[in-house]
Design a protein around this ligand. Sequence first.
Ligand code: ZN
Length: 341
Amino acid sequence: MKAVHTELHRSHDPQFFLVRGVVKRTTEQPERADRLLKGLKDGKHQLVEPITFGQGPRARIHSPEYLSFLSEAWDAWTALGDSGPEMIGNIHPVRHAATYPTHIVGRLGWHSADTAAPIGAGTWAAACAATDVAVTAAQMVMDGEDATYALCRPPGHHAYRDMAGGFCFLNNSAIAAAHLRQRHERVVILDVDVHHGNGTQGIFYARPDVYTVSIHADPVAYYPYVWGYAHERGEGPGLGTNLNIPLAIGTGDDGYIQAMDVARKAIESFAPGALVIALGLDASEHDPLKGLAVTTPGFRRIGQAIAKMGLPTVFVQEGGYLSDILGANLTSVLAGFEEAR
Ligand code: ZN
């Protein structure tokens, strides 16, 4: 399996992370990509540089005002004169009968779901590079590859059409799915990140053509808390094309594989033409965010289960934080896929 990667992610190096009232350094660091890259090299995957697709694929998913905000944000922020080293909102409007603001502090709040997506000088460039990585991987599958992997950083699955959050700015998995939709009438996104893919769910919630499935730690006790429950099934023409499979905190390999079986049956009945895997590796037993307890051999079984769905597949990197086995878990899931194909 070929893997798409660029060093351009490095310009995004956020620092601020607010956890239960305590300010920490974020877990979404550039070193993540170094460890994932080592996992790709250990798995002997051929590395490919992304093609620059530009704004078109991003504009299929994100609103014009949101893309303008992200591209202009840093310059407007530094022009304030008394602003901090990263952009973090201090208003979080709930938008009832609200007016879209013109001031950068207002726009920052409008376009943020939480404080976990600080914007720095190089955030926009890195986020754009990540969408090019995802779209390149999708294009390679449309051009005949059976499966590809996209090393995207920053991740994307918490980003909505017009709202950042949870380390995410542009929804790489959603953008890859929209690119595949040019070829396939129905596409599935299966999100195996430990966190519910709330942005992805929100983007496609009313659409019948993209089936969103997420297996994640139960939001009753885990981020994002207010999305990711089993009763969220889509709305309007999209009713029935969203499936959430929350798992009890601490669930291990066997419970996870059972959930994969439920997901596989649902996906088969949708009869899609292609599959995007929102590949979080933070369900690992050793991940610092401790939600689920999947082992390295367990990730191999997850890769095998994905392969058995028999669909052209684009793996898009989502979460997965610094641990000694982050790279090994990537090697494992991709090896499992390849051996079961
Ligand atoms: Zn995650």
